[in-house]
Design a protein. Structure first.
Length: 279
């Protein structure tokens, strides 16, 4: 198989491709429509596009084939959809581009977006956002549901899209670029607490998979594996990917938030004066 063939979709989904094209298209439209002084730098643009393309790659290239026939590749797919891709997108801070796009929407149409805003605010409640974040991992890795999801094309797509959308919501809550000193954004302490809360259940689940004596996910035995790898090794690697990288990303997130908190603390007098002026 040539390198170009690896880039072709294994399970072609027009709606998935359209979704990614629209995201990149709207981002480019908002980007080039902004005043140059407000436009994000090249580094942030690159990080945003990298996050989007990584998510696309694990959903619409040959990678998706291996994720359906190897448990540890499947866990790598969800690691990107639920963690790495959304983290990069959130850290790129697309908020100014999103705000510019929102201003382009005719005022007559904006009231129709109110239900979307209400749902967003509900899902961004820290306790609910944290529960959904690790709860979805447990849901899709519950053996009977995982078995069905890997055999049903529709349920498989629901699983992958739910992981991606939930990851975007959670990591945007954590890496919201707005300062809680001058806005109603979630406080830094609560953000770090959320990261600690979601890390523990993931570590427990990963440890359960790693130390299981029997085969937990026999769907890969039923369908056959893409590579001649012992089932125990496949499950061990999948468990480790569920256990270690997510915990490391939570630690990294805590360090990033701690750095922001220290920076805001240094600039607190400036923030306070800015708040007084706005009031």
């Amino acid at each position: 198989m040539s390198a170009a063939e690896y880039l072709l979709p294994y399970d072609f989904s027009p709606l998935t491709i359209l979704a990614y094209v629209l995201v990149l298209g709207f981002y480019a439209y908002g980007l080039f429509g902004m005043p140059e002084s407000e436009r994000p730098g090249g580094g942030r643009i690159f990080v945003f596009c990298l996050g989007v393309l990584l998510c696309y790659a694990v959903m619409q290239t040959r990678f998706d084939y291996y994720s359906q026939y190897m448990f540890f590749v499947h866990r790598g797919q969800h690691l990107i959809l639920h963690h790495l891709g959304p983290i990069l997108i959130a850290l790129s801070n697309p908020l100014p581009v999103m705000q510019h796009l929102y201003r382009q929407i005719p005022k007559a149409l904006r009231p129709y977006l109110a239900p979307v805003g209400w749902i967003y605010r509900v899902l961004q409640q820290p306790a609910l956002a944290s529960f959904l974040f690790f709860g979805l991992i447990y849901l899709w890795l519950w053996p009977p549901i995982h078995f069905d999801a890997m055999l049903s094309r529709d349920l498989y797509w629901v699983m992958n899209w739910s992981m991606l959308l939930d990851g975007l919501l959670f990591w945007w809550l954590i890496f919201d670029p707005r300062s809680p000193i001058t806005t109603n954004a979630l406080g830094y302490g609560k953000r770090m607490l959320c990261l600690a809360v979601v890390a523990i259940p993931q570590m427990i689940l990963g440890a359960i998979i790693v130390f299981s004596r029997g085969m937990v996910y026999d769907v890969y035995e039923v369908c056959g594996r893409a590579w001649p790898m012992p089932p125990e090794t496949d499950q061990l690697l999948g468990g480790l990917l569920t256990w270690i990288p997510p915990a490391m990303m939570s630690i990294l997130g805590i360090l990033i938030i701690l750095r922001r908190a220290m920076r805001d603390d240094v600039n607190r007098p400036t923030h306070a004066r800015a708040k007084e002026v706005t009031q």
